[in-house]
Ligand binder design. Structure first.
Ligand SMILES: [Zn+2]
Length: 163
């Protein structure tokens, strides 16, 4: 579940172990767990993306079992700091959040928000939307024009999340 591909192998996404560890910490395993989420940061190599950081939920986020809304404080500051410290190498890649379902799929709200985020991007790159379920992960790229590309994992299942 760390390597993903789309567009017949021309696009690749690699998730580093630290990123997987953040996801695992917030999987909605039990009924009262709220949704979690944050921003994905990483490096871009042509059509390939390496996700190096995922921000954890911050106290100003609004979290319920079926919704997650990023608050005003935290995520953007981390993104800006990483961008500066890495001299522009580590950049905003997209957004992640959890769903209380085994194999997640995006809601209408998710699709709409990814389109809005993609249209707002100044570098013209697609926004990666990632959903962490209980047993699987969903990854989609959304272009500035609103076109969606769904990524497939290179491995059949997810040993890290399958516990
Ligand atoms: Zn969602």
């Amino acid at each position: 579940m760390m390597d993903w591909t789309a567009n017949e192998g021309r696009f690749l996404i690699h998730l580093l172990p630290d990123v997987m560890a953040v996801f695992e910490a917030y999987v909605q395993r039990s009924l009262p767990d709220p949704e979690s989420g944050g921003i994905l940061l990483g490096t871009v190599h042509g059509p390939h993306i390496e996700v190096t950081h995922a921000t954890p939920p911050f106290p100003t986020d609004r979290r319920t079992r079926y919704s997650f809304e990023r608050g005003s404080k935290g995520h953007t500051e981390v993104a800006d700091q990483m961008w500066e410290e890495s001299r522009g190498i580590i950049r905003y890649i997209g957004e992640w959040h959890t769903h209380p379902e085994d194999y997640p799929s995006p809601s209408g709200i998710d699709l709409r928000e990814w389109k809005i985020s993609a249209a707002k991007r100044t570098d013209g790159r697609p926004v990666i939307g990632l959903i962490v379920g209980r047993k699987g992960i969903y990854i989609q790229g959304t272009s500035a024009a609103g076109k969606a590309i769904v990524y497939q994992t290179l491995l059949g299942n997810c040993p890290a999340l399958d516990q």
